[in-house]
Design a binder for this molecule. Structure first.
Ligand code: BYC
Length: 483
């Protein structure tokens, strides 16, 4: 069977890539399946594997109606292989091969590079599930719990998507890499996940919302760039992943917005005008706005690190080879080859942060990061609208790109959120005003009391405006069954 719009559920692994006719890959995936389930049971959402969760499952790749909602026990979720429809006559749209027919097989000379990109992408998916595995126990509502589990099962599916590419196109080393993806663990000293932010803890729900807002948005940008790939199966895979990714960022944006809304509402009710009167605000059982700002500072800066170095020969090679493009590559008005183009890069020169013109090819990471910052700022403005509407005098801002960085130009620089360069001593003195302190973490942890009654929400978060799948306010999104 050729690639189809509808998903074939007759095989153990649902798919629209004709796996029935591809016994080698079907067998390889079936062999990988028990290890995956084993990983899911030990590293997936802790304590809720026998609960019935109102989840969406992809049943088609038709953008008009691709998902169906129903109660599912998570280990029985049908993780499948779904690729966006093939576009006839698709071309390589950038780099040295621009204008050639898009590749249906891996170009030999780019095999190692392509494998590396797929493995890095694949590694982030199970990492995020591992980071979030304890959160179910402190869910502020059944609605939020369901959203967490939806994000988790879909990250699991994104792992399947990358493993399919490895198994189908990379032979023995692909199979080894697929195994490796189940072996590494987020935060493990001996076998950590590959990228920095995916080894950080997600200790509370505000971190989860910030992560899905900022870090899933890096996912969006990276997937958008990989969706441009001249290697057509990767492009089609990423295009379908992006359909699911939108909900993850929605969970983040609305989660933070609802937290802000509840804080402002409680302040107004108590007659507190000063958002910096932190102890008074905290007594109301809500997160004060300055602490929300610190959380945003932390997650934004960790996510900026995921773009790699501003100047990167890896990125130039990916681009030149036609493997990874820019955000919305085909809509950019230039030659898409970039050998003579320049791009302004923020750098640390003679003790100062400056913009410097660099060859555009080596500045690909920087450009994607710039696009990311613009995208992040839009949701932050929507958060500020919530604050403004409630009549509170406070604004959330994105910190300077040099703030709190561990990768790239600014990794050895201390900079304030407004971009002033600081001495070690100045940084040490002020750091706790900018990133969450242990006290902030302890306070947030104290708020993380489970609230699992239908239609009820924890003290620190407002109810959503609409239900998932338009369900009523008291809908039982998770029928909890604790084993
Ligand atoms: N942490 O030339 P450089 C998602 C390494 S998120 C640790 O500066 P390059 C999701 C780098 O690997 C999206 N190491 O960077 C979100 C390289 O090592 P090698 C995931 C890092 O290669 C939420 C060396 O430093 N997808 O989907 O241009 C939930 C020098 O690298 C880091 C992708 O990232 C770091 N932060 O760019 C679930 C797309 N940064 O090669 C999922 C695929 C750099 O010298 N990945 N290094 O051993 C890529 O395109 C690139 O690997 C990167 C790095 C953009 C990450």
């Amino acid at each position: 069977m050729a690639d189809t719009v509808n998903v074939d559920y007759s095989t153990k692994i649902p798919n629209n890539v004709g796996l029935l006719d591809d016994q080698r890959v079907l067998k390889a995936l079936e062999q990988w399946h028990p290890g995956y389930i084993d990983w899911w049971m030990t590293m997936g959402p802790e304590g809720f594997q026998t609960s019935d969760v109102y989840l969406r499952t992809a049943v088609s790749i038709d953008p008009k109606g691709w998902a169906k909602f129903d109660y599912v026990k998570m280990p029985e979720y049908r993780w499948g292989i779904l690729l966006a429809p093939r576009q006839e006559d698709r071309l390589v749209n950038f780099g040295a091969h621009k204008g050639e027919k898009a590749w249906q097989e891996v170009p030999g000379e780019y095999r190692a590079m392509l494998r590396c990109l797929i493995v890095v992408q694949g590694d982030t998916e199970p990492a995020s599930v591992e980071q979030q595995r304890h959160l179910g126990k402190t869910a502020p509502s059944l609605y939020d719990m369901r959203n967490l589990f939806q994000v988790n099962v879909e990250e699991g599916r994104h792992l399947w998507a990358m493993v399919y590419l490895l198994q189908k196109y990379f032979g023995k080393d692909g199979r080894e890499e697929a195994e490796g993806l189940l072996q590494r663990r987020s935060g493990d000293v001996d076998k950590p996940r590959m990228l920095g932010a995916f080894n950080e803890a997600t200790p509370d729900w505000l971190s989860f919302f910030m992560f899905t807002y900022f870090t899933d948005r890096d996912g969006k940008m990276q997937l958008e760039s990989l969706a441009q790939s001249g290697f057509d199966p990767l492009s089609r895979t990423c295009r379908f992943m992006l359909t699911e990714e939108a909900h993850h960022m929605f969970v983040g944006e609305t989660g933070v917005a609802r937290t802000i809304e509840r804080t402002c509402e409680a302040m107004k009710q108590a007659g507190i005008e000063d958002p910096y009167d932190i102890s008074a605000v905290r007594k109301l059982g809500v997160v004060d706005l300055p602490t929300i700002q610190k959380k945003a500072n932390l997650h934004f800066s960790l996510s900026l690190d995921l773009f790699g170095s501003e100047i990167s020969t890896n990125a130039a090679n990916y681009y030149n080879s036609g493997l990874k493009g820019r955000f919305q590559e085909t809509r950019i008005d230039d030659d898409h080859i970039l050998t003579n183009a320049h791009y302004a890069v923020s750098k640390f020169v003679d003790g100062r942060i400056k913009m410097v013109e660099e060859p555009a090819l080596t500045a690909i990471n920087m450009r994607l990061r710039d696009d990311y910052v613009v995208d992040c700022a839009k949701g932050v403005e929507r958060w500020n609208k919530v604050i403004e509407k409630m009549g509170v005098n406070f604004r959330i801002t994105l910190p300077h790109v040099a703030f709190h960085r561990h990768i790239g130009e600014f990794q050895n620089v201390h900079a304030s959120p407004t971009g002033e360069v600081l001495s070690d001593a100045e940084w040490a003195k002020q750091k706790e005003a900018w990133v969450p302190s242990k006290d902030d973490g302890d306070f947030i942890a104290s708020l993380m009391q489970p609230c699992w009654e239908r239609g009820k929400y924890a003290s620190w978060i407002a109810a959503p405006k609409v239900g998932i799948d338009n369900k009523a306010g008291d809908f039982e999104y998770v029928k909890i069954h604790r084993a």
